[in-house]
Design a binder for this molecule. Structure first.
Ligand code: FES
Length: 162
């Protein structure tokens, strides 16, 4: 089996990343973190090129990547929405917020909208339980939300007003 054809530019970027982070086996996580920092997810070609650069089977790299929830394998939307499903938020109606968001965004569950505008995720606890139920959008916390409020909030982001 021959090596997959990978773009020259991708190979160059892989070299650059390895030069910056290091080629030792224990550098796999920092290497993946660097890839994700640059692209907001782990593009397959780039992961493969890095694997070849450091001479580690790409399956091993994916083994590590899938173990950590911080890594994503698909591109992210322009805005990242995190719905808290922790206990405090759950009892205050987090499920209703999640449903309202899915309805507003036309998603079935977690994921990214077709227009790549939003990525919806659920998280365990955002650390501000007194504001439950909480949603975080692009790092900004919104608390004491209702379905109506969260839908309005999303409209604001769609219109570029937030
Ligand atoms: S449970 Fe939602 S912020 Fe803690």
């Amino acid at each position: 089996m021959g090596l997959k054809t990978i773009d020259r530019a991708v190979r160059d970027e892989a070299k650059d990343i390895v030069r910056e982070i290091g080629a030792e086996q224990e550098k796999v996580i920092p290497l993946l973190q660097e890839i994700q920092k640059r692209h907001s997810y782990l593009p397959e070609d780039l992961v493969e090129a890095v694997a070849q650069e450091i001479d580690v089977p790409v399956s091993d790299i994916y083994g590590v990547a899938t173990f950590y929830s911080q890594f994503r394998f698909t591109p992210m939307g322009k805005h990242l929405i995190k719905v808290c499903k922790g206990t405090a938020c759950h009892v205050q109606g987090a499920d209703l917020l999640a449903s309202a968001l899915q309805e507003e965004l036309g998603l079935d569950g977690e994921g990214t909208t077709d227009d790549m505008n939003f990525t919806l995720e659920t998280v365990a606890c955002l650390g501000c339980c007194s504001l439950a139920p909480v949603v975080m959008i692009d790092g900004k916390v919104y608390g004491k939300l209702t379905s109506a409020k969260v839908k309005k909030l999303i409209k604001g982001y769609s219109d570029g007003k937030n």
